[in-house]
Design a protein around this ligand. Sequence first.
Ligand code: UN1
Length: 505
Amino acid sequence: LVRGPLMARLAALEANTPKAAPMIGKTSGKGKAKPVTAPFDRNIVVGTVIEADAGAVDQAVRLAQALQPDWDAAGVDRRAAALDKAADLYEAHSDELLSLCVREAGKTLGDAILELREAVDFLRYYAAEARRQFTPADPLPGPTGESNILSLHGRGVIAAISPWNFPLAIFTGQVAAALAAGNAVIAKPAGQTPLIAARAVELLRQAGVPADILHLLPGGGDVGAALVAHEGISGVVFTGSTRTARAINLMLAQRNGPIVPLIAETGGQNAMIVDSSALPEQVTRDVVQSAFQSAGQRCSALRVLYLQDDIADATLEMISGAMRALTVGDPRLLSTDIGPVIDADARKSLQDHSAALAASTLCKLPVPATQGDFVAPAIFSILAIGALDKENFGPLLHVVRWSADGLDGVIDAINATGFGLTLGVHSRIDTVIERVTARARVGNIYVNRNQIGAVVGSQPFGGEGLSGTGPKAGGPHYLARFATERTVCVDTTAAGGMRLCSPAN
Ligand code: UN1
């Protein structure tokens, strides 16, 4: 019902979208101009980006520092109102945002709709949480004659470094949380997806976020590094690889600025454990969705499926059959289930991995012979999760058979990767589910369902170990990490003269 007219509107937008999206901010675009092309067809130029340079970083941080105290002092109601208004504007401009998600990031329309929904949810959720947590509270309990108030304030200028796989949702979530908490923000979107970030910033500003409080600095790793190294940065929020998170930590430790937090959401080596009691149709549906939706380009995606020996053959036959019903291709077509991967580097790395495992291929889909960065979705057999030396961020699933090691052995092998993001478990035995949820060291466990698509506010998302620092995005503890706590203690007695030791002490 929704999709027919929507596709027509997207096609019209494609024809009419302006072809340039300059760097956003008072800082002028002196950097390199680069075309942004579509992952499904590199002949399609989606727009042009003017990348920032080191001078732009310094200028943006200084402007942001100057105005941030006013934004903090303006109060939570003003900040939350801007985020709520931005949510309305995102919805009002849905065609445009969806079109950009499809063309710039290569998302299917279904994925783009979910992404827009998540971005809007982040705006409304952090607005509501900020009102709850940043409104001055009642005094804390204490001695008569004094009032002790604990309050939360913005830390200063936050660097928000976001990934290409959720160019609208994660970008918006980071920025919204930092703004809600009273910070100014310098956002550095992924090099592959600057245009959608630019449109999001325009809408946030239209909603009432002052220009100097939110800057967008598109560019590559050099821009991110200059930003993190700047002494005016009071905190960093980052989603991306574990390797980059380590590099950010090192840079923060080595600079002369204040000691600041890093909030990082990084990689995964996500597994699903299926035992003999699981319902096969449900397992099939959830495995296919968890491994192949979004072309496997979610940090939550399923990478390693542990099937109990006695049901492995039958389950694999069903999964392969369901997989063969999927179509890989142009994400603008409603018939497409799996679009391209983000760029040529990602494609090559995934293709190399597939080539190395070619002899263990259990199922592989054909890909269109076009210009785009398509990777053949595939399932491989491996001996154990420890055989994988890295996260393979695409539509590649690995299967391990288990029984000899027992359930604890499987959980221990998964824990031993050091990653701890998502874990699926399919079983109808309560003690198995209890064992997994108690022993597995991961941030999000999904029981008898798929393991992607965490819902803001209901399923706070984030991992531990190599998968990130926490706190969880879309959860009640997230905003406080963007804030400083201040305790104000007031003597409320009438001027009582000098006392060196009062009964209260
Ligand atoms: C990511 O892919 O970088 O639950 C994290 C999910 C998403 C994952 C976002 N929230 O599938």
